[in-house]
Write a protein that binds this ligand. Structure first.
Ligand SMILES: [Zn+2]
Length: 566
């Protein structure tokens, strides 16, 4: 008998973390059917000699809720071996939603996830009300597999309207929210997400609704997942504090569900916090509960101009300036008294994410030819080249270029020892790509290819087997994707084929592929030869194939309900 597809002669990294081995893989009807020395012919054969063959990666932290409608591949995910994405993180979803809620949800996405309003208005084909109808609207139209969490912000808005950003909920309202969460889970949500980040507000500067929920409300909603015995609870509490672990502990114990918390990383301003976090989470796991920390593999780079900038939002004087119309902002930047206030604001010693280090912040791309000599220089270097104070040099260069100078910042990135311990920890969930969000500030689609290129091949902080496990089976297990994340007969044929000698992520680059030709950052890769979804290649030899084999990944509450009905 002939198979649909045979992948010949590759080295299999099966996702379990077991040693890799040389073998062929046969695929029939979207599933892996045989692994070994395959004799039968196939409609198509891929020669994988010299290449690694792994399960497709699962990008569990995206905000592709809107983009997936106009971009069924969720680009640049396939370019990096990603075959499944999860949307609806950080409390933000586009469902459930009544027509009267649409603008409120757009307001949250515009500000929290920094997505241009014009893009959301042009690109989101509203037409659903329930979470299930939202998933149904995508069925059959996607290139990658797509799953979603249901977001607290949408649930609260649906029940309370604009009062959701004003006050606590009544007992009756919490009951209504519980019904919505149950409905969403039963129609296929992979879990529930919430957001208590004190910096997360809407476009109109009102807090996102979930921030007004007390513990009683939040625990009641999470209890629905416990009752259904399904799904993950994804949280963002804001600035990382060790006290948060009491909360994660209570939530994990109360529900028995995996709790995901943001985030764990090496940061220059708090270089030991990651170790304290790993120490704090260990007792929760020791007691048999799960509370996974989300981590980045990519230094969190932000590319910005002073026309469009969130880097300084932690500093009230700076933030107020960034909200001024551009002309008024320009005048303010020229004013010595304003600069004095900006300087004092930066010097305030309260804890923030920004490192306050002019050696880290860089000029990425000057707008004018005569300033090209500054490209790649830190602001400290710029200041000494110009014989100025750093703040003055930073603002004057931007003013000379009509605020079009592109700057570069990274608040984390880590020393290799710290990164090694973080990447290897079983309590750490790899990847916070935030794909689909902050689309004009950065692009981390390549968290997986960066892990394989930078941290495995160049720095040798973990084995390729271990890294593949962290990108695939580890994630699929936590999210309950029961037939994905491993290369085994019977499993879905989601497969990434790459060259371990060259695989890596490129620097992000600009594209004009959003609705209305709006600019955003995309990211290409090196060494990723094939990305195969349900047995069909969606990316090969550097281009997308046009095929749409993706499925909607629905959680076990949905599967169980259907099994019971059958
Ligand atoms: Zn997020």
């Amino acid at each position: 008998m002939g198979y649909d597809l045979v992948i010949k002669g590759g080295r299999i990294y099966d996702g379990s973390g077991m040693p890799s081995y040389l073998s062929d893989i046969a695929v029939q009807n979207g599933r892996i059917v045989e692994i070994g020395r395959i004799q039968n012919g196939a409609a198509r054969t891929i020669d994988a000699g010299g290449l690694a063959v792994a399960p497709g990666f699962v990008d569990h932290h995206t905000h592709m809720d809107a983009q997936i409608f106009w971009d069924p591949y969720a680009t640049s995910e396939p370019q990096h071996g990603v075959t499944s994405i999860v949307m609806g993180n950080c409390g933000l979803t586009l469902a459930p939603a009544k027509p009267s809620d649409h603008d409120a949800l757009v307001k949250s996405f515009v500000r929290v996830e920094a997505m241009p309003r014009s893009v959301l208005e042009a690109g989101v084909p509203w037409g659903w009300e329930s979470f299930g109808e939202y998933l149904d609207a995508l069925e059959g139209k996607v290139g990658v597999n797509v799953g979603g969490l249901v977001g607290h912000i949408a649930v609260r808005q649906y029940v309370m309207g604009e009062e959701s950003v004003e006050r606590a909920a009544t007992t009756k309202e919490v009951e209504q929210m519980k019904r919505l969460v149950r409905e969403a889970m039963e129609s296929g949500a992979l879990g529930f997400s919430t957001n208590r980040n004190e910096r997360h507000m809407r476009e109109d500067l009102k807090p996102v609704g979930s921030r007004l929920a007390d513990d009683d409300e939040l625990f009641a909603l999470c209890q629905v997942l416990s009752e259904l015995n399904s799904g993950v609870i994804e949280t963002i509490l804001g600035r990382n504090k060790i006290e948060h672990f009491k909360f994660y502990d209570r939530l994990a114990r109360a529900t028995g569900r995996p709790v995901l918390w943001q985030s764990l990383q090496h940061r220059w301003v708090e270089p030991n916090l990651w170790r304290e976090q790993l120490d704090a989470v260990a007792p929760i796991f020791a007691d048999g509960y799960q509370a996974y920390g989300l981590s980045h593999t990519v230094p969190l780079v932000r590319h910005f101009t002073l026309k469009n900038c969130q880097v300084f939002d932690e500093f009230p004087v700076w933030k107020a300036l960034m909200f001024l119309p551009v002309e008024a902002r320009r005048e303010a930047f020229k004013d010595p008294a304003t600069r004095q206030k900006m300087r004092a604001d930066l010097a305030d010693p309260r804890p923030v994410n920004f490192h306050r280090n002019w050696n880290v912040l860089k000029v990425e791309k000057p707008a004018k030819a005569e300033n090209r000599k500054y490209a790649g220089k830190s602001i400290a270097e710029l200041a000494s080249m110009r014989g100025q104070d750093p703040l003055d040099a930073f603002l004057d260069l931007a003013l000379e270029e009509d605020l079009d100078t592109v700057f570069w910042n990274a608040n984390n990135g880590g020393d290799a020892d710290a990164m090694g311990e973080i990447l290897r920890s079983p309590y750490v969930l790899m990847g916070t790509s935030d794909a689909g969000a902050h689309v004009q500030f950065g692009a981390d689609f390549g968290y997986g290819t960066t892990l394989l290129g930078l941290w495995v091949r160049e720095r040798q902080l973990l084995t390729l087997e271990h890294a593949i496990h962290k990108l695939t089976f580890h994630v699929a297990s936590i999210f309950g994707l029961q037939d994905r994340g491993l290369l085994r007969p019977g499993y879905a044929a989601d497969i990434a084929i790459f060259d371990p000698k060259t695989v890596n992520a490129h620097e992000p680059e600009w594209a004009e592929d959003y609705p209305g030709k709006t600019k955003r950052l995309i990211q290409r890769s090196e060494g990723m030869h094939y990305t195969i979804v349900n047995g069909r290649p969606i990316y090969e030899d550097g281009r997308l194939t046009g095929d749409l084999p993706g499925r909607i990944l629905r959680g076990s509450a949905h599967r169980d309900r259907h099994a019971a009905a059958a």
